[in-house]
Write a protein that binds this ligand. Structure first.
Ligand SMILES: Nc1ncnc2c1ncn2[C@@H]1O[C@H](COP(=O)(O)OP(=O)(O)OP(=O)(O)O)[C@@H](O)[C@H]1O
Ligand SMILES: [Mg+2]
Length: 1079
């Protein structure tokens, strides 16, 4: 169960000043101090939150804290800014009331921080979703962008807002944010060109210089060194606790999230850089012939770079700094500017450039964050405006800022003090009036249309003739002299004549928050806020889209001779709009208080706090709260809201609303002192009573929701049930149909099966019978055939036994042979005599026949082959055959000779004229002519000889001359010897006693040994009168050389001899022929 707590639990001091007892200024401050010392920086005055700046981060803004305060009643937990934000958000979401959060306090009191806390709380508790989150993020990220361009370090605050900001956050009916609209109020633009001692220019300048990359700076033509720029104060360029570089990255990132395009960001930075460059432009006087000084630019480099950045023509801008053109009706007058005027023009341009850029940023952010949906929005406005300021030197800006704060105080008084008290009187509630200071009189001093300070200033600015700040002060001195809050040394009122704290060029206003001394210098100028037309036209001419937009009045086509409204007038108008806007909304106040002037944590300066508490009217606020009622509501809305709490008023009350409320209160037994009946409203004294009613209502709503839920669920279940029932019938009917169909199919199938079985059985039975019948018939036929066979065999047996066997045998043999021959015929091998193939024999008994047939076939095909030969070819083959018979397997040279054809005449002797004589000497037909080597018996060397063979002779002649050396008749030849080896040595052995034998045998060697010897043998065998020539083949034979017999021995040659045959004489009786082994 949820534990109910209250702000009274564990309270330090009192959380709500309304409960303070006794109520004095001292106890008030003491309570604030006590709480502050215990880190309780928030205290309530009823629904107003007082916030003390802790000047350090406290762990009270965590997500857990957000959850803690979410959907809790305002007084349920200890005071917190989240409680106020939650209350405002819930009233907006649940009661459809537009809200505004008014954050007031002096500079540095924590207004901006408070506004950010409120926004972040609302962002955390409102709806979620991709689109919603994007809107939230954009709303939140608009803050860093605006702070960078609109905040600056002042002596009071390191992050002081130098512009006023009011942001309307728009929500849909569910409480989801849709978008927002930001209004900005008068940027303190004088800061761009000059900053008081100890203060800085706007943050963005420092952030750009320290955070931008070298590349970006180069593009912007800037240097990182702050001291290089006249517009940037040097003494406080660095602020402790402020990381400009990191903040620059945050700003760029925020701009991206908000929706700035890359080129837009670049344009913005270019303008910022241009302002810095502008500050560096310096002027020098140049005398003219008319004796006047005219300003000239000292160093044009900065001007050139600035013009490059903005895309303006240098000459145009240069001229605008030297001349001023005034247009009146149809006339144009051009006057020169002196150095002071040129500086004034330069600063005016810088201020305008920057403030217009700032306004453009706000418009651009608004474009991104504006709500897309056109439906009615609920609005929560957050106002964070510059705080009340009292400087040493207060000028027009402080006057404007303080005027705005006066107005805010006024609205606070209106809504909390005066309005409230007046209402009690109006409603007839018993009431003792409480005194408070109403600052309406100060507002009137400033803004009165007839004699207000702003009206006087405008009048002075628009007046023809010489107008100076002094004439303006004179005017004030006359007109406002009698005003009790206006003080001036020279006013009619002689009261201040001797007041030395009041210089002559100043006036003093007693603001609600204290007296402020304003120096009039610059009031007229700043109010006029004029920019020379030449400058605005030069800017309009720039080739830079953003600059063009910022200076629309520079468009020469749209020259407007009317004076633009003054700054004061514009501000007054926008503050007026703001006030009327705030008055339409339900206000929620955060009153920020600064505990000390040193920005120090843990320091509580009582007098400073007391001063703020006084001018903020906090004591009066507490008194009114204590005496008054916490809550009021019209009878109708009250009855409408709580009528469900009583049976008599629920659901409809027929009578007047007041009676209904009375019945309701009586029924709820609310004590009479807790409320009062006014004329049109009921006033509830204590918030606790209201919470009691709200709690009851919440419970009742829960019950009602349960009831609605119950009825709805009942209805939903019933209709669901009916639907189910209907569906069930449909399903059942479909199912039954399906089931019946299936059953029918099954029965049908079963019937077919039974039927087929029966038919099968019958058919099989019939088949069996028919088969049996057939078998019987076959049996009868077989028996009769056998019987007939037996009869016939018995009859023919005697004939069969005598002849049949032989006949069958012959017939079978005949058949086999026939088959064999036919088969062989079809499978005969080719006609080539060297083809060795022959079909296999089919039966072994055909062995002999088969071989014989093979032999016959071979002989037959050889005969066929031979029959194709001519006579010459036949002779050649016969010679080859003879050579084979003589040498095959006897001489190793033989296989090589088989392939060589026997040519016979290798020398073509009859045709060769060299051998003509020889051929004529040999009158017979030469059968062989070749060159041989005749082996010399003395050394075994060979000398070439012509070897001729005729039918009768062997002739040896000199190879060169053809001279006959020997003519040996074949009849003298006894034998021929040759070796078994591959050499060509042969010996022609002569018959002993023959005429030729006188010289001895011939040992010759020839390449055609086989042919020579074959031919010799053939001739001798063909001659009838001669005995056959002996051919002796052996590796050792004797040769008769004259008287000596020499043995010729053939050995296998040693490898050193190589592949050639060599013959060596070993001794008188031995010639050794070595033959290569492998040849
Ligand atoms: N709730 C807080 N917690 C911690 N520090 C705070 C808180 N509120 C303010 N501060 C500190 O005080 C400084 C000044 O606060 P802030 O800028 O909100 O003042 P301001 O009222 O907006 O002043 P100005 O009127 O000059 O804009 C902040 O920069 C911050 O350091
Ligand atoms: Mg601020």
């Amino acid at each position: 169960m949820e534990v109910k707590t209250s702000l009274l639990d564990n309270m330090i001091g009192v959380g709500d000043m309304v409960l303070l007892e006794p109520l004095t200024e001292d106890s008030f401050l003491e309570n604030l101090k006590k709480r502050f010392d215990h880190n309780e920086i928030y205290t309530y005055i009823g629904s107003v939150v007082i916030s003390l700046n802790p000047y350090r981060s406290l762990p009270i803004y965590t997500p857990d804290k957000v959850e803690e305060y979410r959907n809790r009643n305002f007084y349920e937990l200890s005071p917190h800014i989240y409680a106020l934000a939650d209350e405002a958000y819930r009233s907006l979401r649940d009661q459809d009331k537009d809200q505004c959060i008014l954050i007031t306090g002096e500079s540095g009191a924590g207004k901006t921080e408070a506004s950010k806390l409120v926004m972040s709380y609302v962002a955390a508790v409102c709806g979620k979703g991709q689109e919603v989150n994007k809107v939230k993020e954009q709303l939140l990220q608009s803050n860093p962008v605006l702070e960078a361009f609109g905040n600056a370090k002042t002596v009071r605050n390191d992050n002081s807002s130098r512009f006023g900001k009011y942001m309307d956050i728009e929500f849909d009916f569910k409480g989801d944010p849709l978008g927002g609209v930001i209004s900005n109020y008068l940027l303190e633009k004088s800061r761009v060109v000059k900053q008081p001692r100890g203060e800085r220019n706007f943050h963005i300048f420092y952030q750009l210089l320290s955070g931008a990359s070298d590349d970006t700076l180069k593009k912007l033509k800037l240097e990182r060194d702050v001291s290089k720029y006249n517009y940037l104060s040097l003494d406080s360029a660095k602020v402790s606790g402020l990381d400009d570089a990191a903040n620059f990255r945050t700003v760029r990132n925020a701009m991206q999230i908000v929706g700035f395009m890359e080129d837009e960001m670049q344009s913005v930075l270019e303008l910022v850089a241009a302002v810095l460059k502008l500050g560096n432009i310096e002027f020098k006087p140049e005398s003219r012939c008319n004796g006047m000084d005219e300003s000239r630019i000292k160093d044009k480099n900065d001007l050139k770079e600035m013009c490059e950045l903005l895309g303006t023509e240098q000459s145009v801008l240069e001229r605008a700094f030297s001349y001023r053109t005034v247009e009146a009706k149809m006339e144009k007058v051009s006057t020169t500017l002196n150095v002071a005027q040129a500086y004034y023009a330069r600063d005016a341009l810088a201020k305008n450039l920057y403030s217009r850029l700032f306004s453009w940023l706000v418009t651009r952010i608004n474009e991104s964050i504006k709500a897309q949906a056109k439906t009615r929005h609920k609005v929560m406005g957050v106002l964070d405006i510059y705080g009340f300021e009292i400087f040493e030197d207060n000028s027009f800006e402080q006057f404007i800022i303080n005027y705005c704060n006066e107005k805010l105080q006024q609205i606070f008084i209106e809504l909390t003090l005066r309005e409230e008290q007046e209402e009690y009187v109006r409603e007839g509630i018993e009431w003792t009036n409480i005194e408070y200071f109403n600052n309406a009189v100060i507002c009137d001093l400033i803004e009165n249309n007839q004699n207000g300070i702003l009206a006087m200033l405008d009048e002075e600015c628009l007046r023809p003739g010489t107008v100076t700040d002094e004439t303006f002060l004179d005017k004030l001195n006359t007109i406002c002299a009698d005003h009790q809050h206006f003080e001036s040394r020279l006013c009619k009122n002689s009261k201040f004549l001797n007041d030395h704290s009041l210089p002559h060029n100043c006036f003093r206003i007693q603001h609600y928050a204290g007296k402020v001394l304003y120096r009039v210098e610059g009031f007229v100028d700043k109010n006029n806020d004029l920019l020379y037309r030449d400058l605005s036209q030069a800017m309009y001419k720039a080739n830079h889209s953003l600059i063009k937009q910022l200076f629309p009045e520079g468009n020469p086509v749209k020259v407007n001779l009317k004076r633009p409204p003054t700054a004061g007038f514009q501000f007054k108008a926008s503050v007026g709009t703001l006030m009327s806007n705030l008055q339409t909304k339900n206000p929620n106040y955060i009153r920020c208080i600064k505990p000390n002037d040193k920005k120090a944590s843990h320091v509580f300066n009582e007098s400073l706090v007391c001063h703020q508490a006084r001018y903020l009217g906090l004591m009066e606020n507490v008194r009114v709260r204590r005496a008054g009622y916490a809550f009021r509501q019209g009878y109708e809305p009250c009855l409408e809201r709580y009528k469900m709490l009583c049976k008599n008023t629920w659901p409809h009350w027929k009578g007047p609303a007041r009676q209904g409320v009375e019945v309701l209160m009586t029924d709820l037994q609310v004590p009479a002192e807790e409320f009062s009946y006014g004329r049109s409203k009921i006033f509830i004294r204590n918030p606790r009573t209201l919470f009691f009613l709200e709690e009851k209502r919440k419970q009742c709503l829960e019950d009602l929701a349960t009831l609605i839920q119950k009825i709805y669920r009942g209805w939903k279940c019933r209709s669901h049930f009916l639907l189910l029932k209907k569906s069930q019938i449909v399903v059942a009917s479909w199912y039954r149909r399906y089931a019946q169909q299936k059953k029918y199919q099954q029965v049908k199938h079963a019937t077919t099966v039974v039927q087929s079985y029966t038919r099968g059985w019958q058919a099989r039975k019939l088949l069996r019978e028919l088969k049996y019948q057939k078998k019987c018939e076959e049996a009868v036929t077989t028996i009769s055939a056998f019987w007939h066979g037996t009869q016939v065999r018995r009859e023919y047996r005697k004939f069969f036994r005598a002849n049949a066997g032989k006949k069958i045998y012959n017939f079978t043999i005949q058949r086999i042979m026939q088959k064999y021959f036919l088969g062989l015929k079809s499978k005969l091998p080719s006609m080539s005599p060297i083809d060795k193939t022959w079909p296999a024999r089919p039966y072994s008994f055909l062995d002999g026949v088969h071989a014989e047939l093979r032999r016959i076939f071979h002989l037959w095909r050889c005969k066929k082959y031979r029959s194709q030969f001519t006579e010459e070819k036949k002779a050649v083959y016969e010679e080859k055959l003879e050579a084979s018979e003589l040498f095959k397997d006897k001489k190793a040279l033989y296989p090589n000779s088989v392939r060589q054809p026997f040519k016979g005449d290798y020398l073509e002797i009859s045709k060769n004229p060299k051998y003509q004589k020889l051929s004529s000497a040999v009158d017979e037909k030469i059968l062989l002519a070749d060159v041989v080597n005749k082996i010399n018996r003395a050394n075994g060397k060979g000398s070439p000889r012509l070897f001729l063979l005729t039918k009768k002779n062997v002739v040896l002649a000199d190879q060169k001359t053809g001279q006959l050396k020997a003519n040996v008749p074949l009849t003298d030849l006894a034998s021929v010897s040759t070796s078994t080896q591959t050499d060509g040595f042969f010996a022609l052995k002569l018959k002993e006693g023959s005429a030729s034998a006188i010289k001895g045998d011939f040992l010759l060697s020839s390449d055609h040994l086989i042919e020579i010897i074959t031919k010799l043998h053939r001739i001798s065998s063909m001659a009838a009168d001669r005995e056959k020539l002996n051919i002796d083949i052996s590796d050792e034979f004797l040769v008769q050389f004259k008287q000596d017999k020499v043995c010729v021995k053939f050995i296998h040659g040693s490898p050193k001899n190589g592949n050639s045959v060599s013959c060596k004489r070993k001794n008188n009786r031995l010639l050794e022929v070595s033959v290569p082994a492998s040849s």
